[in-house]
Design a protein around this ligand. Structure first.
Ligand SMILES: [Zn+2]
Ligand SMILES: [Zn+2]
Length: 290
C-alpha cells in the first residue's frame, strides 16, 4: 500500500450522474456517466447525453474536470464526449484535460473539434479563450493494465466482453482509502472479476430480461435480440454472483435495462441481486453519491 499523504487521506467521492442503459433518452434516468472526485479534481467515466448538466446538478464545477474516461464507443456512453469538453471550455475551463478510451478516440476528438470550429473561433475572438485543442490530450487504450498514476490515485483498466464491440473497458480507481470499479457494459466477465477483486465499490451494469420481453417480442427477430442482450449484458440473476466472486464490499447497480425507474421496482432489483451476494447492494439513482 502507498503511504498515505495528507492529500491521500481524503476519501474519494463517487457520484452517479446517469444510470439508464441504452441510447434511447429516458424520462426518469439520464444516460450513463459517473464522476469520481478526489484531490480537487473530477474524473468522469462515460459521457452519456446530458453529462455536462448532470455534473452541474451534482454541484461539480466543469472547470474541475481533469480526466475523462470512455468505456466503449456505444452512443449511450460517448454521445456527449466532445460536448462535455466544449461546454466545459465555454464554462471557463483553462486547464488541460486528458481523455482515455478505446480507438478511435483521437480521430473522434479531432473530428469533433473540426465540427465546432465556427463556434470556437467566434468565442476565442469574442471572449479571449485559449484554443480548446491545446487543452485536450486524447489517449487511446488497447491493453489491460495501469492507465495512469495521478498523485495518490491510480487508474487501471481491463478489457471486458461486450460483443459486438471489439474494445470495451472497465476501469478501477484506487486511492489510499477507497477503491471504485466501473464495469462499463459487459456480460459476466472473468476479466472484470479480476479487476474488481476486493474493491470497496463495484458499479455494475444490469439487465432484467423479463422487463424487456415486451420490447423483444415487438422486434423483427425476437430470438436474435434476446440472444444479443444475453451475449453482451449481465442479467440481474447473475450480477450478485459477479460481485460475490470479486469479493467487493458494495455492489451498486446502474446502467439499468429497462431504463425507466417505473419499469421494475427497486425491491426486485435488490432482491435478485442480493440472492447471490452477501455484501451491500445499492439500487443506483441519478445524482446519488456513494
Ligand atoms: Zn450501454
Ligand atoms: Zn454498450
Amino acid at each position: 500500500m502507498p503511504r498515505a499523504t495528507t492529500r491521500g487521506r481524503e476519501k474519494a467521492r463517487l457520484i452517479l450522474l446517469g444510470t439508464a442503459g441504452g441510447p434511447t433518452p429516458k424520462l426518469t434516468r439520464a444516460a450513463p456517466s459517473q464522476a469520481i472526485l478526489f484531490g480537487g479534481a473530477a474524473y468522469v467515466v462515460d459521457c452519456g447525453n446530458g453529462v455536462a448538466r448532470q455534473l452541474r446538478l451534482a454541484g461539480v464545477s466543469l472547470q474541475s474536470i481533469r480526466h475523462v474516461f470512455i468505456t466503449h464507443h456505444h452512443s449511450d456512453h460517448n454521445a456527449d464526449y466532445g460536448t462535455l469538453l466544449l461546454l466545459a471550455w465555454a464554462s471557463d475551463l483553462t486547464t488541460p484535460v486528458d481523455t482515455w478510451g478505446p480507438p478511435p478516440l483521437k480521430k473522434m476528438t479531432s473530428l469533433f473539434l473540426d465540427m465546432n470550429e465556427t463556434d470556437m473561433k467566434v468565442r476565442m475572438a469574442d471572449e479571449g479563450r485559449p484554443a480548446l485543442a491545446s487543452l485536450i490530450r486524447p489517449h487511446e487504450i488497447s491493453q489491460d493494465g495501469v492507465v495512469l498514476r495521478d498523485g495518490a490515485l491510480t487508474v487501471t483498466c481491463a478489457r471486458v466482453h461486450h460483443p459486438l464491440v471489439a474494445d470495451a473497458l472497465a476501469y478501477r480507481f484506487d486511492t489510499p482509502d477507497r477503491s471504485i470499479v466501473i464495469s462499463g457494459d459487459t456480460r459476466p466477465s472473468p476479466s472484470l472479476v479480476k479487476l474488481a477483486k476486493d474493491a470497496d465499490v463495484l458499479v455494475h451494469e444490469v439487465l432484467y430480461l423479463p422487463g424487456v420481453e415486451a420490447l423483444i417480442a415487438g422486434s423483427p427477430d425476437p430470438a436474435a435480440l434476446r440472444r444479443h442482450l444475453l451475449d453482451s449484458h449481465t442479467p440481474l440473476d447473475q450480477v450478485g454472483a459477479v460481485a460475490s466472486e470479486a469479493n467487493v464490499r458494495t455492489l451498486v447497480l446502474s446502467h439499468f435495462t429497462p431504463g425507466e425507474t417505473t419499469a421494475v421496482a427497486d425491491e426486485v432489483w435488490l432482491r435478485d441481486a442480493k440472492a447471490n451476494f452477501k455484501g451491500e447492494v445499492v439500487v443506483g439513482k441519478d445524482l446519488m453519491e456513494i
